[in-house]
Design a binder for this molecule. Structure first.
Ligand code: GTP
Ligand code: MG
Length: 228
């Protein structure tokens, strides 16, 4: 038995569906399709997050150590999606958005030590349903401003009601220390929209270097302790 509210909802749904069939180019149709697209990226993000959590738990059980401190996910905001497409001079259609953007679904994995980053990346990529699309190793090759992180774009198949779709997800792996620098630098650079002077930029780059040295030192210390 359906409640009166449920009956009403069903009627709404039917009305909406017949409206959409009659008006395929209506903006409501586009909004719904856009939302469906975002939901597919959310599902892809869930697939990867689950893989990461399974790896974390397995490692933790066997080595009594946490290689992953935190996992954050975000779906790109509609305004950012549109802004990026415009900046690249691309048409704004669902098809072109999906083809052009690799980072609609973004996952940030904050690791404890530098070697954890490479271990997690390797164990993910060893999984035969994942396809590597692109890697940018800003740890081996830091950006001129000092930014360090390991970026990968992967493609994961996701099973929906009536289809299986390969979805792309951007994964950023970094240590707690790299995350500390990147968060503060982002805060200062983007949010306040301040044009950094050359002196400040140089200071920031030096901070990144000091942090990188500390990361190396911490790894060395952990290895010494493990060898004892
Ligand atoms: P965009 O996403 O358009 O930047 O192009 P891309 O995917 O080629 O860029 P890239 O892989 O170099 O970096 C994408 C993401 O990494 C950004 O959205 C940020 O989250 C992060 N990132 C890159 N460079 C910096 C930086 O200098 N500072 C900080 N804080 N984050 C950065
Ligand atoms: Mg990006």
């Amino acid at each position: 038995m359906q409640t009166p509210q449920e009956l009403e909802l069903d009627q709404d749904r039917e009305e909406l569906q017949s409206y959409l069939l009659d008006h395929p180019d209506d903006f409501v149709t586009h909004i719904l399709q856009f939302n469906e697209m975002l939901a597919r990226y959310r599902a892809a993000s869930q697939e990867i997050t689950t893989k990461l959590e399974i790896l974390r738990n397995d490692f933790n059980t066997r080595q009594y150590r946490n290689p992953i401190e935190s996992i954050q996910t975000r779906i790109k905001r509609p305004a950012s999606i549109v802004g990026k497409m415009k900046a690249r001079g691309m048409d704004i259609t669902l098809e072109s958005i999906e083809k052009e953007l690799n980072d609609i679904a973004g996952i940030r994995v904050v690791c404890s030590f530098i070697d954890d980053i490479y271990m997690v990346a390797e164990k993910l990529l060893a999984q035969d349903d994942l396809r590597l699309i692109r890697v940018k190793d800003y740890i081996k090759n830091p950006k001129p401003n000092g930014y360090r992180s390991y970026h990968m774009v992967v493609e994961v198949p996701v099973f929906f009601l009536d289809s299986k779709q390969p979805m792309r997800v951007e994964i950023q792996l970094r240590t707690v220390a790299m995350d500390f620098w990147a968060s503060l630098e982002h805060e200062m650079k983007y949010k306040k929209q301040i044009k950094n002077s050359a002196v400040i930029s140089e200071e920031l780059r030096r901070c990144a270097e000091t942090i990188a040295e500390t990361d190396e030192k911490m790894l060395e210390l952990r290895r010494q302790i493990e060898a004892e």
